[in-house]
Design a protein around this ligand. Structure first.
Ligand SMILES: [Zn+2]
Length: 352
């Protein structure tokens, strides 16, 4: 659900300082290394050279730093000149771009974004190799989203949506996907607690301060997705947006899936996810019955984003039974596993 809550302060300045420290540290650290080099050919630009050599745009800053004396006007590359390429960092630098996960991942990698306990990932399969996912959890920064209460604890939508989204990201990487987290919390990681303490330090990819204004916020995250989409043109790309609904205390709802009315691929995706949930519930809780649904909805993010998108509401933050779905860490994991399985099916179908 969309709500607008004005926060009294933000931690962004502290975050900016932390990022600068990390960047300075990286530059110092890297200056002692041997770098791979390339010779610029006609038509080469920084972006195309980085892309051709398997770098994400997040290496742009490092590339410019390494080659600042060799670049021409407006950072153009000069034909015949030799340029140094940044070292691909195995461990994603903390705070600085923790989100980009290269496609060709070795069997085991470390991603600080998942936190101490979950940061190591061993790839389990290549089922999603070639697939690109943009994962966007609802709200964040100054906006906590919907709020509920349980046993004296305040439940904030942004924290629970983020934890499920992060678990999903990890699941997808395990299967070989390339994943971009659009909303990023630099220090939360995956949390195995029932009550997730709220904070305001989330940023929008790659490290933009999240705006106070709702429309600016929606534009910001949608633009982040669309810029990445352009870089990954021609590949299977999907946007998954995860929220928690807010309704009256009495209303027990299931997981709902929304798509934009003009998007057939979005509809197929949403339907695949809903069917997966139906199947999982029928196996794990045969008498429960599943009342999830797929429907069209006019929502800024899914309407204005280029990749086919699904918008998911995980339940009602005010209803006791729905709360169990995201309060209990094992349930958050189960939900993210089911979403992964549905996404694998959608990808398989798309490449048939
Ligand atoms: Zn929401």
């Amino acid at each position: 659900m969309y709500t607008f809550v004005k926060a009294a302060y933000s931690n962004t300045n502290i975050y900016k300082i932390a990022v600068s420290v990390v960047i300075i540290f990286l530059c110092l650290h890297l200056s002692a290394q041997d770098y791979p080099t390339i010779k610029a050919k006609e038509g080469d630009g920084i972006y195309s050279v980085l892309k051709r050599n398997g770098y994400t745009p997040d290496y742009l800053e490092q590339f410019m730093e390494l080659n600042k004396s060799k670049l021409g006007k407006n950072n153009s590359m000069i034909i015949g000149r030799v340029y140094r390429l940044p070292l691909l960092v195995e461990k994603s630098p903390e705070g600085n771009n923790p989100t980009v996960i290269p496609e060709s991942i070795p069997k085991k990698k470390v991603y600080e974004i998942f936190g101490r306990k979950y940061r190591e990932i061993t790839q389990k399969s290549g089922e999603l190799t070639g697939a690109i996912f943009y994962l966007m959890s609802g709200h964040g920064g100054p906006d906590p989203g919907a709020m509920g209460v349980l046993s004296g604890h305040v439940l904030c939508e942004d924290e629970y949506a983020y934890d499920v989204t992060l678990r999903l990201a990890r699941n997808l990487i395990e299967r070989g996907a390339t994943v971009y987290m659009i909303i990023i919390d630099p220090n939360d990681g995956i949390r195995d607690e029932q009550f997730l303490s709220p904070d305001k330090d989330e940023v929008c990819y790659p490290h933009g301060e999240i705006s106070f204004s709702q429309l600016a916020r929606l534009r910001q995250s949608t633009n982040a997705v669309n810029e990445l989409y352009a870089l990954n043109k021609g590949k299977y790309q999907r946007l998954v947006v995860i929220h928690v609904d807010s309704r009256s205390k009495k209303e027990n709802i299931d997981v709902f899936f929304y798509h934009d009315k003009r998007s057939n691929s979005g509809k197929i995706l949403a339907t695949m996810l809903m069917q997966t949930f139906g199947q999982k519930y029928s196996v794990h809780q045969p008498n429960r019955g599943y009342g999830g649904s797929v429907s069209e909805r006019n929502l800024y993010v899914i309407k204005n984003s280029y990749p086919p998108a699904v918008f998911i509401e995980l339940g009602n933050i005010n209803h006791f039974r729905d709360q169990q779905r995201f309060i209990i860490p094992d349930n958050r994991q189960a939900v993210s596993n089911w979403l992964r399985d549905g996404l694998i099916e959608d990808y398989k179908k798309s490449i048939q």
